[in-house]
Design a protein around this ligand. Structure first.
Ligand code: ADP
Ligand code: ZN
Ligand code: ZN
Length: 825
């Protein structure tokens, strides 16, 4: 008891504010001792308890002497870092994200740090076997001691149960002080460095004489003798010798090496290595052609006045080579570079291109990497290691601890996958990167062949610089684009399955020339649904308001929203007839048709199902590059930044599906997608062909795609946006409510709609149910608030927050999930 008192006394007037990784708006204050206060710095982690017994890894954001007024500050549990792992600029950046995207700092903190840094746990208590002085224990302490004789560990909850009270941390602390128990430390050590096993000779054999004796003793163990001799051959290289290297070098099994270790002749030791290592040689940058050089000089000139420059360059104009020049300069100046990609897995090509130039200076960061790999990259960036001077990453890499950022490249800046939908923070990585660049006083270049309306608009407003590049590298012409009227083809019976006779001719010609073909099929709303031809009913997902899709390969029905799956039924559940038929078509269906039509060709498929796993994309892209695949069928993933030399034909099977999608961005998106996939044709040698099948060849967007008229598309779309009050003129905030009880959601959304309409009148859209209005048994309703150009965004957000608070103070509404999405897509 005396101990606790003296501790409290020392803690009296030192406090820290911390962020907790939970969706709570405020920071929390904890008390620390004077020594702790002087040791701690902003950006270090501490373990704290929050709520009853739950432990969290919190982040220190302030150190001060003001006791909180409304509650008594608890003590921290432990300091977890010796130096900060989060920088001041990061904290600033997080604050911006939290306020702009209307989410808690805790949400940002949780999204930003690799999960290994954020351990939280029920503390686990172990007995200390060495302890025996039972007489010194209080009654309560003894109860715990005794419990630990029967089971090896206890959670804090269990301790509570045993003692029949809630506040047990002081008692556990007392037990720790008396060395009766220990607390599981493992929660701080989930990051396990990867260890590589090396072999060396036991030091007793270092003299020549002992060595001779050694070989003599091994004269009858032939393999072991070979292993030792092999070791000496390798050892002349003076480099540490990996166990596996020795194994392959001498061609014996690991068992032989182990036997030598057992005899104390060899010993194993470990060296920590990074998991991701680049092996290869670097080559020098390509020399830019005149057009690239001009664009490059324009970007640099533009950087004199602007922080952000948009590089609008047609497909295959050589934008990547321009980025590399910019990167080289920044790297030479000793600064860090962030290269953002929309979906990293798709872009293995860019990775290898950049690695080719910058080799060991590049690190890759994305969510398919393991926790350990991400921790390594984080630390390397934080410590400004050369190997992480250039970061190639997907959207979450804007959260890395850059200290000295000089340049950000946002490749394919129009891509919607830069926006995070779920969970919070619902940030747009391009926009967050622009803010990050500003905070680092760095430059940022946004690049695309199909620039987003927003970014192009910003250049027109003078916010961003604009550089255009309208010539393909090597002067290869843009592909010839042909629109095929499939209404007409159906009428004339010139369709074979989903292929028009014209498209089949083009495919045949390409294959005859030994050229490759890409066929593109938009997935959105285009799934192979099963339907009963007798009664018209299609099997539904029991959890979501959506039809199940048919997967021929596994003969299964699947829900794309919740992953529910079941075997394909033999008969219709509604009418009992066995007339279930697959309707519509997916990539799988097309693959099957192609196999029948072109039995001599190799057909590959790239979609969500074939690209699972870390190297899923790489395998397919690699096989296509190696020309092991003649025809590749895929979804919109195929449209992103791929560069294949031998592709001469790109076919789009049904363009109308994208155009008719009920979304104000559908036309812009369709244009982008079609121009991007077309851009995969004829990149290196001769002009390529693009064939677009459509029911509506006169649609203005198809005409604009066929003639690649970006400016015309931009002007027309912009007019629509102005007329119908959409971005880039108006801003959008979407509010979504979700709950299992339909009535509750309905009442909630109506209440909310009224409250918002009071404030914003006709600028509130909805309430409406989304296309899929129930997912995982949760009913969903939306409202959209349009914010006119002159209305303050900040004030609007405050008002929305206030309305949200009132909403959540109504007890009936409190259980409803309330989601705010700023700049919803
Ligand atoms: P974009 O990114 O604009 O689509 P890329 O940078 O991928 O274009 O360039 C298209 C192709 O032209 C690539 O194969 C690339 O290697 C080649 N290329 C571009 N610029 C040069 C250059 N200056 N010298 C040699 N090859 C180049
Ligand atoms: Zn039926
Ligand atoms: Zn479902």
């Amino acid at each position: 008891m005396y101990l606790e008192h003296s501790q409290n006394y020392a803690r009296l007037n030192h406090f820290i504010d911390v962020i907790l990784p939970i969706p709570i708006q405020k920071t929390f204050t904890y008390s620390v001792s004077k020594e702790e206060a002087s040791f701690l710095k902003k950006g270090m982690r501490v373990a704290v308890s929050f709520g009853k017994t739950k432990m969290y890894t919190a982040l220190v954001v302030a150190i001060h002497q003001n006791a909180p007024e409304l509650y008594e500050a608890k003590e921290i549990y432990q300091i977890l870092d010796e130096t900060p792992i989060v920088t001041k600029i990061q904290l600033q950046h997080w604050r911006w994200i939290s306020s702009y995207y209307m989410c808690s700092l805790g949400d940002v903190y949780r999204a930003a740090l690799p999960s290994a840094f954020l351990l939280e746990s029920e503390t686990i208590v172990y007995k200390n076997v060495a302890f025996s002085d039972e007489a010194s224990l209080s009654d309560e302490e003894f109860l715990i001691f005794e419990a630990l004789q029967h089971q090896s560990q206890l959670t804090v909850h269990q301790v509570s149960d045993i003692l029949g009270k809630k506040k047990v941390l002081p008692i556990i602390n007392g037990l720790i002080q008396k060395e009766v128990v220990a607390v599981k430390e493992e929660i701080y050590e989930q990051y396990k460095p990867k260890l590589v096993k090396y072999v060396r000779l036991n030091s007793q054999f270092s003299s020549g004489e002992s060595l001779e004796n050694l070989l003599l003793t091994l004269s009858r163990a032939k393999k072991q003798r070979e292993a030792v001799l092999g070791y000496f051959q390798l050892a002349t290289g003076k480099k540490p010798i990996k166990a596996t290297t020795l194994e392959t070098h001498i061609g014996v099994s690991m068992a032989v090496i182990k036997a030598l270790v057992d005899k104390n002749i060899f010993e194993f030791y470990h060296i920590q290595t990074d998991r991701i290592q680049f092996k290869g040689i670097t080559s020098s940058l390509k020399k830019l052609n005149t057009f690239q050089e001009k664009a490059y000089q324009e970007i640099k000139a533009s950087f004199q006045e602007k922080e952000v420059v948009l590089l609008h360059g047609i497909t295959s104009s050589g934008k990547t080579e321009i980025y590399t020049k910019l990167i080289q300069e920044v790297v030479d100046a000793g600064k860090q570079v962030l290269f953002l990609l929309p979906e990293i897995a798709l872009t293995t090509q860019i990775i290898s291109r950049l690695e080719n130039y910058f080799g060991n200076q590049i690190s890759v960061f994305h969510s398919k990497y393991s926790m350990n790999e991400r921790v390594e990259v984080w630390n390397n960036v934080l410590h400004h290691k050369t190997k992480a001077q250039i970061i190639l990453g997907a959207r979450s890499s804007v959260f890395l601890p850059f200290s000295n950022l000089g340049l950000i490249v946002v490749d394919e800046e129009h891509e919607t996958s830069y926006k995070q939908f779920e969970p919070s923070p619902r940030y747009h990585a391009r926009d967050a990167a622009i803010v990050l660049a500003h905070q680092h006083i760095a430059k940022i270049v946004l690049g695309s062949a199909t620039t987003s309306l927003e970014s192009y608009f910003n250049t027109a407003q003078g916010k961003y610089g604009l550089v255009e590049l309208n010539r393909r590298f090597g002067n290869v012409q843009l592909p010839k684009i042909e629109l095929i009227d499939i209404k007409e083809k159906h009428r004339k019976k010139r369709m074979n399955g989903h292929f028009s006779d014209r498209l089949l001719t083009l495919i045949t010609e390409a294959l005859e020339q030994k050229e490759q073909v890409i066929l593109f099929q938009n997935r959105r709303g285009f799934s192979p649904v099963v339907e009963c031809t007798t009664c018209g009913v299609s099997p539904q997902c029991p959890n979501c308001d959506v039809s199940l899709t048919f997967h021929k390969f596994r003969h299964e029905l699947k829900c794309h929203y919740c992953n529910y799956q079941r075997a394909m039924p033999h008969s219709c559940a509604a009418c009992g007839s066995n007339t279930l038929d697959t309707k519509g078509f997916g990539t799988e269906q097309i693959e099957l048709e192609l196999k029948a039509l072109f039995p001599a060709s190799n057909i590959g498929r790239m979609d969500l199902d074939t690209t699972r796993g870390k190297y899923g994309y790489q395998k397919i892209i690699g096989a296509f590059e190696a020309q092991e695949i003649d025809i590749l069928v895929g979804t919109q993933m195929l449209s992103k930044g791929l560069d294949f030399e031998n592709v001469s034909l790109v076919g789009i099977l049904n363009a109308d599906n994208m155009l008719n999608f009920p979304d104000f961005r559908a036309h812009e998106r369709s244009f982008q997608m079609m121009v991007q996939v077309s851009g995969r044709a004829g990149r290196s040698k001769k002009q390529g062909n693009v064939a677009i099948q459509t029911f509506n060849p006169h649609h203005q967007i198809l005409q604009q795609v066929a003639s690649t008229k970006y400016a015309e598309m931009y002007q027309e779309q912009l007019q629509d946006r102005w007329q119908y009050h959409y971005p880039p003129y108006y801003r959008l905030i979407k509010i979504t409510l979700k709950h299992r009880d339909y009535q509750k959601v309905d009442r909630g959304i109506n209440w909310l709609a009224k409250a918002l309409q009071n404030a914003y009148r006709e600028n509130v859209l909805g309430p409406a149910a989304p296309v899929v209005s129930r997912v995982r048994n949760q009913f969903i309703k939306n409202l959209i608030i349009k914010i006119p150009p002159k209305q303050s965004l900040a004030v609007t957000k405050q008002q929305i927050d206030a309305i949200k608070n009132t909403f959540q103070s109504v007890s009936e509404f409190r259980p409803i999930r309330f989601i705010v999405d700023v700049d919803s897509q």
